[in-house]
Ligand binder design. Structure first.
Ligand code: PEP
Length: 256
């Protein structure tokens, strides 16, 4: 089965939580609970925690990602962080276009596209977020919004770059709200993303691209979501801040 060929990814987005000291404590708890997962496990702490966690996670099975990056290599961009800096500090992944960045920091489809190119060129795996608002969903615009975001994000990106691209479908109304998309509903949208990739590239690429679901995923609902054909893992906010909860989601992914 194609689903089995796609190694699941469980990624934790810590957002603006955990000071460096707190981050070390959480990373240590995670290391004790997650020993040899079959899925890929990634944590995405705040920038300042990254160098501290680099040595802490060294030799463990937990990979590290950032929550954002700039698209330029270097220069006068006060407050920004480049892909090269992230790479050198131990990151293998970077979240791009999270809805909170789109909403609060003017991230657009265009900047998302530039950031994906920068990440891929700098050898980081981009976890590219797309998702509709509640209003868009209720007015049946989900597909239109997802199409615009996916086409914008992937503009002038070639098939080879997909070795370093993961898509995360995150309905905005489900992020941090405790409301999860029904597993079947989430699967339909992830399937639609796969169709868009098949149309733009090839069916084979659509079959092998990993598509995650994010939005109030927790240890109670993870298994049902992760069992869906088109869902290859989760991007997890709130539940990634408690080691036990996150480890249970990893176990749910491993049990499928
Ligand atoms: C997220 O921030 O990507 C997310 C999915 O958050 P939560 O799990 O808290 O809804």
């Amino acid at each position: 089965m194609e689903k089995e060929m796609r190694t699941p990814v469980i990624a934790g987005n810590w957002k603006m939580n955990k000071t460096p000291y707190e981050a070390v404590a959480l990373a240590n708890e995670l290391k004790n609970l997650i020993k040899a997962p079959r899925c890929q496990v990634v944590i995405c702490p705040p920038f300042l925690d990254i160098p501290v966690l680099f040595s802490e996670l060294n030799g463990s099975c937990i990979k590290m990602g950032a929550q954002n990056c700039h698209f330029e290599e270097k220069g006068a961009f006060t407050g920004e962080v480049s892909v090269k800096m992230l790479k050198e500090s131990g990151c293998s992944h970077v979240i791009i276009g999270h809805s909170e960045r789109r909403q609060y920091f003017n991230e657009t489809d265009e900047t998302v596209n530039l950031k994906i190119k920068a990440a891929v060129n700098g050898n980081l795996t981009a976890i590219v977020c797309v998702g509709e608002t509640l209003e868009e969903r209720e007015s049946e615009k989900t597909e239109e919004v997802i199409k615009r975001q996916i086409e914008g994000a992937l503009k002038d990106i070639d098939e080879l770059s997909f070795a370093k691209i993961i898509i995360a479908y995150e309905p905005i109304w489900a992020i941090g709200t405790g409301k999860t998309a029904q597993a079947a509903e989430a699967d339909v949208v992830c399937g639609y993303i796969r169709e868009l990739i098949a149309k733009k590239y090839t069916k084979q690429l659509a079959r092998t691209t990993r598509i995650l679901y994010g939005g109030s995923m927790n240890s109670a609902n993870a298994k049902e979501l992760l069992e869906q054909y088109n869902i290859d893992g989760g991007l997890i906010g709130g539940a990634s801040l408690k080691a036990g909860n996150f480890a249970e989601i990893v176990s749910a992914a491993d049990s499928i």
